[in-house]
Design a protein. Structure first.
Length: 237
């Protein structure tokens, strides 16, 4: 007979496993349902982050959207996100990032590897990502890479449907960020675990990024300098 402590231990590991999968730097083109603002239900504000749940949730797919306004210049956020080699310093449970191919200055094929507790295998996000400068924002977007030969055999691969991170300059020192995710993390996801991820993880990601930027004076890298950039118009003068 399973003891109560054993059941609690298994539940904790399952929750921990799912919480560790979601920290990816670049983000993918939105499906119609996710692109529509009416597809998202506001579920609350936590530590300055507005969280949303998709009204189109399907079995096995975990969606969330998080929006926050940060007192940080937009270019510093871009610098932090493109610095793949140092992203593990702040992204939750990220072990490392490998840039496989730089297809163009603003397009990359890469993997991010996440640590998960025993007895589960660590996870890999194998992605093709872009950094696009638009008139009013910079959009990080990614989709699953089709180059399966790059995947590590000792990791399980996550299946991404949507992963975007919008950086929207409001003024010289204020920026709105919007992080949208939808993906199949594998296996059955209990409702209470979905609730934990949707309410806790996006807040942790954004707050960790904010703290990292505030504590580092040197964020600019050669990868950032070589991005093809256009002028972005502030939302406020």
């Amino acid at each position: 007979m399973m003891t109560r402590s054993y059941i609690s231990s298994v539940r904790y590991k399952a929750v921990a496993l799912l919480l560790f999968f979601l920290s990816v730097a670049f983000a993918g083109p939105l499906p119609t349902a996710c692109a529509n603002e009416e597809a998202w239900q506001h579920i609350g504000d936590y530590e300055g982050v507005a969280l949303y749940r998709s009204v189109y949730e399907t079995e096995g797919v975990l969606p969330f959207k998080a929006v926050a306004v940060l007192d940080i210049p937009f270019d510093k956020i871009v610098m932090a996100l493109v610095d793949a080699e140092r992203k593990a310093d702040w992204a939750p449970k990220l072990k490392a990032t490998a840039i496989h191919t730089r297809i163009s200055p603003n397009r990359f094929e890469y993997s991010e590897y996440y640590q998960t507790p025993w007895p589960f295998k660590d996870r890999e996000f194998l992605l093709a990502g872009t950094v696009e400068y638009r008139q009013d924002r910079i959009v990080f977007a990614a989709e699953n890479s089709t180059n399966g030969a790059l995947a590590r055999k000792d990791h399980l691969r996550a299946n991404i449907q949507t992963l975007t991170f919008d950086v929207v300059p409001i003024s010289a020192g204020r920026t709105e960020v919007a992080f949208t995710f939808s993906g199949d993390l594998g296996g059955w996801i209990p409702a209470f675990v979905k609730t934990i991820i949707q309410k806790k993880w996006p807040v942790r990601f954004i707050q960790s990024m904010k703290q990292y930027i505030a504590s580092n004076d040197s964020l600019e890298t050669e990868r950032y300098r070589s991005l093809e950039k256009t002028t972005v118009v502030f939302q406020q003068p």
